[in-house]
Design a protein around this ligand. Structure first.
Ligand code: RP5
Length: 155
């Protein structure tokens, strides 16, 4: 599988769904796992070390150490998705504030789709067909904004 999506808990599944839907649409192979940085640290290490994924997406809330813990076991790119909760900044800061040398790319709260998009952009560096699909999606976004704006002309 090209992208490995790791959730800290089954409760993070709705955020993962947004990522899997987009990866499916783009024809990118992925696998989904649950492994927690705090509750199953050994399982997580094993998973990352055995995985042949080119990009990891780590999805977690609260003290969201998961993406950073994934990054500690690999030099492949890791994208972190903070999951919303009572506080929100807890997960965002846990993912963003990595120590020098072990970076994690972060998307916004519950940003499963953007994590998949960023993973696709990384993979598109070595995949012309995928790069073409991404350009096509950008064109469609552009055209929609132009059409929406035209609709407002006579408001
Ligand atoms: C994190 O704690 C998980 O990623 C989840 O977002 C949060 C709550 O986990 P559960 O108590 O729902 O299993 O580790």
């Amino acid at each position: 599988m090209t992208v490995a999506i790791v959730l800290g808990s089954k409760s993070d599944l709705p955020v993962a769904k947004a990522a899997t839907e987009l990866l499916k649409e783009l024809g990118i192979a992925y696998s989904v796992h649950i492994a927690s940085a705090h509750r199953t640290p050994r399982l997580l290490q094993e998973l990352v070390e055995k995985s042949e994924a080119q990009v990891f997406i780590g999805i977690a809330g609260l003290s969201a150490a998961l993406p950073g813990a994934i990054a500690s076991h690999t030099t492949r790119p890791v994208i972190g998705v903070p999951v919303s909760g009572k506080v929100n900044l807890d997960a965002i800061l846990s993912i963003v504030q990595m120590p020098p040398g072990i970076p994690v790319a972060a998307v916004g709260l519950d940003g499963g789709a953007n994590a998949a998009m960023l993973a696709a952009e990384i993979l598109a560096l070595g995949d012309r067909a995928l790069a073409g699909k991404l350009r096509e999606r950008r064109r469609a976004m552009h055209d929609k904004i132009v059409a929406d704006s035209l609709e407002l002309r006579d408001i």
